[in-house]
Design a protein around this ligand. Structure first.
Ligand SMILES: [Zn+2]
Ligand SMILES: [Zn+2]
Length: 292
């Protein structure tokens, strides 16, 4: 069988805790317990590179289900076995599936693990990378992970409470389209300053992406009752929308990912979601696929 054409597939759309989140009785979590379609897996993506490579971005605890979603999306009759794993950073939800590649489950060895040196060091200190062959990358570097593939991966640094390791966004480029994968960062002010640009639109233009999957963790700062959003900093979607305004003709398609369970965008009929969609932007859905 010839390999599938280069395809990006979104395998999860929630913040690290997923929806429902453990121990939560909020309306979004309650709905997710009652209705499978309201469940969200922690954020992850799969890239079939058209040359036999299958690259998993983030290793979450929903790995078995996510590999199944990936297979369905690209019409594979057998489950996808990743040929490499890429990580943006090492916060819990992005790496808590990493142990499933080893002896206790899939029994793989020598699987390339592509992440920054700091992220690899942090994982090594937790003793969880026996199945992998670490391949440290540098910020700003671009990688072709399979010979003859026309898909590349570029690591773009972003500020995000980097006490354990640094954090990157990943740009995936193929012959037909390109995607920015940016699940976590602290705020737009710092990210835009780091990249010497004035606003979100100019940055996306500079990155030359057709689709941007951006941090949509919280709708606004009032969302974490009893917990300070300073503890879990992310740019609120309401603020991102203020900066962006309405979608213009040559803007990339923006999908909000990494939704916290508390985010009203989880509710299909919420006024917040209607507002976002009326501006021409999207709330990410699992299984969304793009021909690269
Ligand atoms: Zn996260
Ligand atoms: Zn909840």
């Amino acid at each position: 069988m010839s390999p599938p054409s280069p395809t990006f597939t979104l395998l999860g759309t929630a913040q690290d805790g997923g929806v429902p989140q453990a121990g939560c009785a909020c309306s979004n979590c309650t709905s997710a317990h009652l209705d499978d379609s309201r469940r969200r897996f922690p954020v992850a993506a799969g890239v079939a590179d058209g040359a036999g490579g299958f690259h998993l971005i983030e290793a979450t605890r929903a790995l078995p289900d996510q590999l199944h979603v990936w297979a369905q999306a690209i019409d594979s009759s057998t489950p996808i076995i990743p040929t490499s794993v890429l990580l943006t950073h090492v916060h819990l939800g992005h790496v808590d599936g990493i142990g499933q590649f080893g002896n206790e489950a899939m029994g793989l060895t020598g699987l390339p693990l592509i992440a920054s040196q700091a992220a690899i060091d942090a994982l090594r200190s937790r003793g969880s990378i026996a199945a992998f062959e670490p391949r440290p990358i540098l910020s700003g570097s671009t990688h072709r992970l399979t010979e003859d593939s026309r898909v590349t991966f570029e690591f773009v640094q972003v500020p995000h409470r980097d006490e354990e390791s640094d954090t990157h966004a990943i740009i995936i480029r193929g012959p037909n389209s390109s995607i920015l994968f940016l699940p976590d960062h602290d705020d737009w002010t710092q990210t835009l300053a780091l990249h010497h640009v004035e606003d979100i639109r100019s940055w996306l233009e500079e990155l030359r992406v057709d689709h941007a999957l951006v941090d949509g963790t919280f709708w606004d700062s009032g969302e974490l009752s009893g917990r300070d959003t300073e503890d879990v900093p992310h740019p609120p979607v309401a603020l991102t929308l203020e900066n962006l305004g309405e979608r213009r003709g040559d803007d990339p398609e923006i999908h909000f990912i990494h939704l916290n369970h508390s985010n009203p965008l989880n509710e299909p009929e919420s006024s917040e979601r209607r507002h976002l969609e009326s501006l021409g932007w999207k709330v990410a859905e699992r299984g969304w696929s793009v021909n690269l």
